[in-house]
Design a binder for this molecule. Structure first.
Ligand code: TYM
Length: 336
């Protein structure tokens, strides 16, 4: 079977964007693909320097996957740092990757641009982990020989980099071993764009504008109220597609709520629906979908839950796969 793989970085609580952009599409693919899911804890190390916090977020990302319906018996579910083969291949692939490619990576460029805008030295606060980030991500994908990588739109460049880096390696060593060339799969829901956050920009842990998946109900309600809206009066027509509240509703709503979404769109366009009512609708749709997941999440987060065993078994399976590929690579480059 073809292989699908995706990861989430434990640098904050898992949020609606992660669910819509990655978790749901990945779980759907698990029906046809051989699936691997992981917690990208060494990617989080570029920004999280508090060990307790890194531990907490790693557990929390794992519990979120399980609460969302990941079946550990039918998939390979592991923590990146439990697979040391990844870090050996990271060095090998960094030696076939052009520096110019890394200079053009979005996340690194964005960090530099923020510094330049602030009149600072461009590299202030930029560590080599951030710079090399795309190579480690390429390794995550290539070492498991993934065919497809379900991700949100913001990660597409990284998957293209993985394909590029695989191409460079194959060009040099393809007679002995060739990596599979991976392809990104982005969700079809809504505009196919990233889910907006509380301030209307992309919902992102690094912008601190997220709606975490497993907030208590009253906190969830409060956050939904904070999403910005304009001052169009209740009775006037509104453009659903330029409202962050509506976009979140449309992208998040499960198929069973398709009627609610269509009806809401119509009523906004006709006039007569105020932002307050729209926010109530969004809250109801979110909460009825998330409430059952929230209970499972809380159970997995209890100390002594089955979480640790599940991840230990996953690590074993992931290492088996990774070491097979790594030994072919070592042979191909001449260090066997
Ligand atoms: P991360 O942790 O930032 O996000 C995890 C997944 O959620 C998607 N996503 C979104 N989708 C739609 N709208 C949003 N607002 C939104 N925010 C996040 C992301 O696109 C991603 O699919 N570098 C990756 C983690 C990673 C990885 C990998 C992914 C490491 N190695 C190998 C795939 C394959 C990251 O930081 O994702």
């Amino acid at each position: 079977a073809k292989v699908s793989l995706t990861g989430i970085k434990p640098s904050g609580e898992v949020h609606l964007g992660n669910l819509v952009g990655a978790i749901r599409p990945a779980l759907r693919l698990a029906e046809q693909y051989d699936s691997l899911y992981f917690i990208a804890d060494y990617h989080a190390l570029t920004s999280i320097r508090d060990p307790e916090l890194l531990r907490h977020y790693s557990r929390s990302v794992a519990a979120s996957w399980l609460a969302a319906g990941l079946d550990p018996a039918r998939t390979t579910f592991y923590v990146q740092s439990d697979v040391p083969e990844i870090f050996e291949l990271n060095w090998i692939l960094s030696c076939v990757t052009g520096k110019g490619l890394m200079n053009r990576a979005h996340a690194y460029k964005a960090a530099r641009d923020r510094n330049i805008e602030a009149g600072e030295d461009p590299d202030v606060g930029v560590n080599m982990g951030l710079y090399n980030y795309p190579i480690l991500m390429a390794v995550d994908i290539l070492i498991m020989e993934a065919d497809v990588v379900p991700v949100g739109k913001d990660q597409v460049q990284h998957v293209e980099y993985a394909a590029d880096i695989a191409g460079s390696f194959n060009h040099l060593y393809g007679d002995s071993y060739s990596f599979k060339i991976p392809e990104a799969i982005i969700p079809e829901s809504g505009s196919g764009d990233v889910l907006p956050g509380l301030d209307g920009r992309k919902m992102s842990k690094s912008y601190d504008n997220t709606i975490p998946l497993f907030l208590p109900e009253n906190k969830l309600k409060k956050l939904v109220r904070r999403i910005p809206t304009d001052s169009t009066p209740v009775e006037e027509p509104k453009d659903p597609d330029s409202s962050a509240v509506f976009q979140i509703l449309e992208q998040f709503a499960p198929d069973s709520a398709a009627d609610v979404v269509a009806d809401t769109r119509k009523r906004l366009q006709e006039g007569g629906m105020g932002w307050g009512e729209l926010k109530n609708i969004l809250f109801e749709v979110l909460n009825s979908e998330l409430a059952p997941m929230r209970e499972k999440y809380n159970a997995y987060m209890e100390p002594g839950s089955e979480l640790d065993d599940v991840l230990a078994r996953g690590a074993e399976r992931a290492r088996e796969r990774a070491s097979r590929v790594l030994s072919s690579v070592r042979k191909a480059i001449g260090v066997d």
